[in-house]
Design a protein around this ligand. Sequence first.
Ligand SMILES: Nc1ncnc2c1ncn2[C@@H]1O[C@H](COP(=O)(O)OP(=O)(O)OP(=O)(O)O)[C@@H](O)[C@H]1O
Length: 484
Amino acid sequence: MGVLTFSSKKSVVPAPDRQSSREVGVEWRAALWMLRHPGITASTTAIAAGTIELGPTTMAGIAGGTAVGVCAWYRGHPNSYDRLIAPRLRSFGRRWSAYAGRHWADVCMAVDLAPTKRRTGVTQIPRVLRVLSYSPSIDTVMVRMAPGQSVKVWEDKAEIIADALGAIRVAVERIRPQVVGLVIERSEPFTEILDAPVMPADSSTVDLSAVYLGEDEYGADWSESLIGQHWLIAGATGAGKASLIWAPLRSIAPLIRDGLVRVWMVDPKRMELARGRDVAYQYASEPDEIVRLIDDFVEDCRATQRRHAADSKAKFAMSRQTPFNLLVLDEIAALLSFGKNNREIRKALEEIGTQGRATGHSILGEVQEPSKDVLPIRDLFTVRVCLRVTSAAHPDMVLGDGARLRGAAADEIPNDPSTAGIGFKIRTSRVPVRVRAAYVDDAEIAQLVRYVTTGFGFRVIQNDKFDDLDNDDDGPTGSIRVVG
Ligand SMILES: Nc1ncnc2c1ncn2[C@@H]1O[C@H](COP(=O)(O)OP(=O)(O)OP(=O)(O)O)[C@@H](O)[C@H]1O
C-alpha cells in the first residue's frame, strides 16, 4: 500500500489563483481576432491567393465585375436589393465605421463602461459581437459586456451612450448572460406631418389589396391589404391610432359611398368613431348594442358562407350584392373586459378571424395596452402596427418575439405630439420597418362623412352635387355618373 508523503519544498508552479501580470501576446490576439472574424479572414486570404495565382489585373477585373453586378442589381431590382443586399452591406459598413477600433473604445471609455484591470492596468473594452442594420435609421449592436457589468448598468447609461454615439436614442435589451443588445436609433426619418389621403374619385381606382396609410422610412408609400387580412393597431393614448382608422377609410371612400364596402363601427369609448359614425353601416357604443352588432357581423359572415356553399364559390368577389365588410373596433381591451360577454366576444372575433378571409369580413382593431386579454387573439391579426407604447414588453407582444431587438423600440418613441402616428410594422422575414400614418384632422373626417353620405349611393347623380366639398382634389370628376 502506498504512503502519501508531503514535501516541505516550495513549488515553482504558481497556485491556480495566482495569475500572470503579463497580457496575452499580440500574435495570439491577432490569431484569435482572425478566428472570430472568419468572413474577413477568408475573403482577405482569397483575394491575396487570387492576386498571387491569377495576377493583379485579373483580380481587379473580377472585383470590377462584381461591383458592376451589384450596381446593376441596385438599379434593376430595388425590392430584392433592399431586402437582401442593402442590410448586409449596411451592417458591414456600420460595423467597421461606427462600432470598431478607437472610435468604439472612446465611446465606451467616455460613458465609463470600459473598466481597467487592476492587475495589468489594461482597459477592457466591451466587445462588439455583431451589428445588424435592418433599416437605414436603426442599428442593433450586440455587445459582450466587460466582466462585472450588468444590463442594468447599460440601461442606466442609455442616454449618454446615445449622446456619445451621436444617435437620437438607444434602447437596451438583454440577449443572454453577459451579452447586451443596443438598439440605436441614428436618425428620425419622419420630421413632417403627412397629409390625409386624397379621396379617390371613383371606385374603380381603389385597390383594397393596397390601401394607402402613410409612408415608410424609405420614403415609399405605406399601403396594406384589407382583403383577407385583419389589422391590429397598438398605441398608448395620444400615439395617433385614430389616423389608422380614418386614413384607410378616406383611401377607400368611394367604395363605402358606392355600397361596395360596409363599415361596422364599435366605439366603446364613445369618442373616436362618433365623429364619423355617419359613414358606418352599423354603429354601436353601449355594451348590449356592441354585442348585438358583433353578433350581426358574425351572422353576416355565416350567411355569406352559406351563399358561397350554395353557389359552389370558393373565393370572395366584391359586389353590391356581396359587399366587403370591415369591423372597426376602437379599444379591443375594453370589449374583452365586458364581464359575462367577454367570452362570446372573444369567440366571435376568433370566428371572424379564421373564417372572414373567404367571405370578405375583416377586422381593424385598436388597442392601447396590449395586455394579456388581447394576447390570445393577437395571432388572428395578420397586419400589426405598434405605435408609441409605454412598456418595453409591448413591441414584442404586438409584433412578435424579438421585434424590439430587431429595431422596433416603440417604447422609446417620446411622448410628444410631434411623434404621433410614428410606429413600426413587420415586413417579411420579421424585420421591423418604421412607418408614419397620414394625419386626418376633424375637418377631413367631416369631409369624408359628406363625401360618403351625400354621395351617389345607387342613383344617377350630377357632379355639381359635390360643389360644396371644400377640397378640390377629391370629389368625383366625370360629368354624369351612373352608379347602381
Ligand atoms: N398621423 C399623425 N401625424 C401627426 N400627428 C398626429 C397623427 N395622428 C395624431 N396626431 C396628433 O396626435 C394627437 C392624438 O392623436 P389620436 O387622438 O389619434 O391618438 P390616439 O392614439 O387615438 O389616442 P386615444 O387612444 O387617447 O384616443 C392628435 O390630436 C394629433 O394632434
